[in-house]
Design a protein around this ligand. Structure first.
Ligand code: ADP
Ligand code: MG
Length: 249
């Protein structure tokens, strides 16, 4: 287990601000995620959760403040950005698999193209990861031949193939039929148990209770509350959090 006092932040956001035109979508965000920590981000629609994830992966620029991964400031562009981005795996609501590539190719593409892995090594790693998420036997199929839950597990394997230091999940089960949600959450719980550092935006409070070290509650572009799941769900402090929980629980 990581020592919460001594462990350095793996991901750190300091005074991060971002606007979309007049909309102040991220307002002075300060957030630390330590190695091995699982942070669940919850909050109403439009509060800036996806934008927060996308800035950590540098899919979005920020106006001011800093984001560091293992103490290294995220560069604006160039080679350093590609390298740092490889450290940050992301899984989206829509699985975004390449429709005309096989499941195996979807997972080997990144390691081959970005990391210069040989096809043999990439295949070996991909098959191991596909086994791990329970879809090893589907490797030769195309994404459309898999269920949504299976495709999302492939998307997780694809992100893991880059050997990221942190995994970001943005509502990974929101597009799934109800009966497929747990098969994806189970994979995420296993990842968390294996010590992966994770930031997870989700409305699945069962997952938050089971896997989160900390819940971050966002509203209107701000982090309103941070607490352990137990504290947050039993004794939310802010009116916004109380209101939000009364609507979803
Ligand atoms: P959440 O994920 O919590 O629902 P988002 O981060 O997606 O929130 O969005 C936060 C706010 O920013 C919303 O009001 C949304 O409409 C707005 N927004 C998101 N992306 C863009 C964009 N590319 N351009 C303009 N506004 C955006
Ligand atoms: Mg969102």
């Amino acid at each position: 287990m990581t020592n919460p006092v001594q462990a350095p932040a793996l991901v750190e956001l300091k005074a991060v601000n971002k606007h979309y035109g007049p909309l102040h979508v991220l307002q002075d965000i300060n957030l630390q995620v330590k190695k091995g920590e699982v942070v669940v981000v919850i909050g109403p629609s439009g509060s800036g959760k996806s934008t927060l994830c996308r800035t950590i992966n540098r899919l979005e620029t920020i106006d001011d403040g800093t984001i560091t991964i293992e103490g290294k400031v995220l560069p604006k562009e160039g080679k350093g950005l590609a390298a740092l981005r490889a450290d940050v795996g992301m899984v989206f609501q829509s699985f975004n698999l390449f429709a005309h590539k096989t499941i195996l190719e979807n997972v080997t593409l990144g390691p081959i193209k970005v990391k210069g892995a040989s096809k043999a090594d990439a295949d070996k790693l991909a098959l191991a990861l596909l086994e791990r998420v329970g879809v090893g036997h589907q490797a030769a199929k195309l994404p459309a031949q898999l269920s949504g839950g299976q495709q999302q597990r492939v998307a997780i394997a694809r992100a893991l193939a880059m050997k990221p230091k942190v995994m970001l999940f943005d509502e990974p089960t929101s597009a799934l039929d109800p009966e497929m949600i747990n098969e994806v959450l189970d994979v995420m719980v296993e990842l968390a148990k294996d010590g992966m550092t994770m930031v997870v935006v989700t409305h699945e409070m069962g997952f938050a209770r089971k896997a989160a070290d900390r819940v971050v509650f966002m509203a209107d572009g701000q982090i309103v509350e941070e607490a352990t799941p137990d504290e947050f769900f039993t004794n939310p402090q802010s009116a916004r959090a109380k209101d939000f929980l009364s609507k979803i629980l």
